[in-house]
Design a protein around this ligand. Structure first.
Ligand code: FE2
Length: 199
């Protein structure tokens, strides 16, 4: 059974009023994400990893230099699907309920969370990801290089932002800080974050 690319959870032009062009999704979803799926399927074909859950492929291949290609492609498949679900047309703003309370408890205030998340996303040198995670009941902001993700550190991912240059170049050119600010102001799908926290 081959791994498949989950459909985008919105139309490719749905985020155009919120700073992300349909063309971005033609490339980022249609080329980059799709290529990770194709490459993963080629790499696991005929191996014991062909028929296990994607999350297990990620955990089992992490740190094994002989499986670096499998890890990189599997994690990038998972990370991108998680990223699409982290986005919503007209999202952003402030979360509510239990999630808001947990953010206040962990960071002091929502503004402090935004500051910490923005800082992680801006300072991830080169390619990688910024995350909000649940780490044993406490919310934390983290950043990971390349394909690495919180699953391999025993953390529960709640929200992510792709800070690879391919994620923002068509919309914001080299201005990663503008991409980060737009994500927090207009795109974060707090309903998805709350679902992940409750799960
Ligand atoms: Fe990406």
């Amino acid at each position: 059974m081959a791994f498949t690319q989950a459909p985008l959870p919105f139309a490719k032009d749905a985020l155009e009023p919120y700073g992300m062009k349909a063309e971005t999704f033609d490339y980022h979803y249609g080329k980059h994400h799709a290529a990770y799926v194709t490459n993963l399927n080629k790499l696991v074909e005929g191996t014991e990893m062909e028929n296990i859950a994607l999350e297990d492929v990620i955990k089992q291949s992490y740190g094994d230099s002989s499986k670096a290609g499998i890890f990189n492609n599997a994690a990038q498949v998972w990370n991108h699907t998680f990223f699409w679900n982290s986005l919503k047309a007209g999202g952003g703003g402030t979360p509510t309920g239990d999630l808001a309370a947990k953010i206040d408890a962990a960071f002091g205030s929502f503004d402090k969370f935004k500051e910490e998340f923005s800082n992680a996303a801006a300072t991830q040198f080169g390619s990688g990801w910024a995350w909000l995670v649940d780490d044993g009941g406490t919310l934390k902001v983290t950043k990971t290089p390349n394909a690495e993700n919180p699953l391999v550190h025993g953390q529960t991912p709640l929200l992510t932002l792709d800070v690879w240059e391919h994620a923002y170049y068509l919309d914001f050119q080299n201005a990663r800080p503008a991409f980060i600010k737009n994500f927090l102001d207009n795109l974060v799908n707090w309903d998805f974050v709350a679902q992940n926290l409750a799960a």
